[in-house]
Design a protein around this ligand. Structure first.
Ligand code: ATP
Ligand code: MG
Length: 393
């Protein structure tokens, strides 16, 4: 008997007239994610996506891969059987036999979307529950605190049986590509990859920009950023990474401006350069990993100073999060271990001892006027190298 993956999606259901467009994008994204994993046939019907895995032994691998596709709420392996109550009972007994051992509290829940099926949902649940109770000794029917819930879905295409407890949780969110396009300032730290993941989860197509200070930061630091982009690409299928040479700008600031303004001046350059790269790539917003009050350059006064150099909206999904919450997310999405590798970032190399926490825009602008801001920006943009990064799985 055949096994299939039933994939449920979440918020797309709320999209009314746009729903089929969202479904189409979700299916394209699923196909992309599975391209190098296994041959599959994907169809959508009645708010469920059906994934037939043509190389059967790869079904668990496929299910696991789908847990990383935005828009999906859950994935479960199910037994396909004919729409006949005897066949459904036998399938439930056989398919859930490892879960339904003696002493287990269980319950059966049924759903019937094929209204031509002779039994209604309650009758199906009672029939299957009664059969399991009679044919497996020691089971305990328990409607309120079951350990195992056997689910039966009778649909137009066939009937499906599975254990709810075997369901894998998906990412949730919206399918990639339904939420515009934005450019992430990706450092080697903990925060920015999490910020990128959060916006990608809302359907935003992500490109990344990294500022790189060779020879002050090593080749290994660049590889670390590429590795982080690769982890993000597991969720988005691909990440375009723009690597911007930043050393000349940092040296110019160091040699011409007050030391306590160093960080904010660097941040203003980063924002402006990122904005130009974003415009060149049709992005509609910038994303940073800033969180209010985390460091001197992230006080509200400092954010005002860095923000005022760009016109594009700057999305800061971590703005209200504590470091511990950010770390939890980093661990969950798989970036934490890479982020804490000890390779220096371009900012850490040039960190002032006493950075301003309550900067005045006018005094920062005065420092900045000692530099050829536009000229340095233009040169950095011209020197940018772009790499396309695919997930390593
Ligand atoms: P992170 O953990 O993401 O490095 P952080 O707490 O170290 O963040 P800052 O160094 O002040 O914070 O940087 C704030 C934000 O600016 C980062 O989250 C990131 O979006 C961006 N940023 C900082 N350094 C770089 C860099 N070298 N390349 C690209 N973006 C950067
Ligand atoms: Mg950083």
């Amino acid at each position: 008997m055949k096994e299939i993956l039933l994939v449920k999606y979440g918020e797309i259901i709320l999209k009314g007239g746009n729903r089929s467009r969202f479904e189409k994008i979700l299916i394209e994204n699923m196909s992309k994610a599975l391209k190098n994993i296994a041959k599959t046939r994907i169809t959508v019907l009645q708010a469920t996506v059906y994934v037939e895995v043509l190389e059967e032994e790869k079904i668990d691998l496929v299910a696991q891969r789908l847990t990383m596709v935005f828009g999906i709420v859950s994935i479960v392996k199910a037994r396909v059987c004919s729409k006949d109550i005897t066949a459904i009972c036998e399938a439930a007994k056989e398919y859930c036999k490892n879960d339904l051992v003696s002493g287990t509290r269980f319950k059966v829940e049924a759903k019937r979307s094929d209204k031509a099926f002779p039994l209604n949902s309650i009758e199906i649940a009672m029939e299957v529950g009664g059969f399991l109770d009679d044919s497996i000794s020691g089971l305990k029917a328990d409607m309120h605190t079951p350990e195992i819930t056997v689910k039966v879905e009778v649909r137009d295409s066939a009937a499906y049986v599975y254990c709810r407890e075997n369901r894998l949780k998906g990412q949730g969110g919206m399918p990639q590509g339904t939420g515009g396009r934005a450019t992430l300032l990706l450092s080697g730290g903990i925060d920015s990859p999490v910020a990128g993941h959060m916006m990608a989860k809302r359907g935003t197509q992500i490109e990344a920009v990294n500022f790189f200070s060779y020879p002050y930061t090593s080749e290994r630091a660049k590889e670390k950023v590429m590795e982080l982009a690769g982890i993000l690409a597991r969720y988005t299928s691909v990440v375009k990474l723009h690597i911007v040479p930043f050393t000349e700008i940092q040296l110019a600031i160091r040699d011409n401006c007050p030391e306590q303004h160093m960080t904010l001046l660097m941040r203003r350059f980063m924002m402006r350069i990122a904005e130009i790269i974003a415009e060149n790539n049709n992005s509609q917003a910038l994303i940073t990993g800033e969180s209010a009050g985390q460091v001197a350059s992230q006080t509200l006064a400092a954010l005002n100073v860095t923000n005022s150099v760009v016109k594009m909206p700057v999305l800061r999904p971590l703005i209200g999060m504590d470091k511990t919450e950010i770390i939890e997310r980093a661990e969950k999405i798989g970036t934490f271990e890479t982020s804490i590798l000890p390779y220096e970032d371009c900012c850490t190399v040039f960190t002032p001892k006493n950075p301003t926490t309550q900067p005045k825009l006018s005094s920062i602008e005065k420092s900045e006027s000692r530099l050829d801001f536009d000229g340095l920006v233009e040169k950095a943009v011209l020197g940018t190298e772009t790499v396309t990064i695919y997930p390593e799985i």
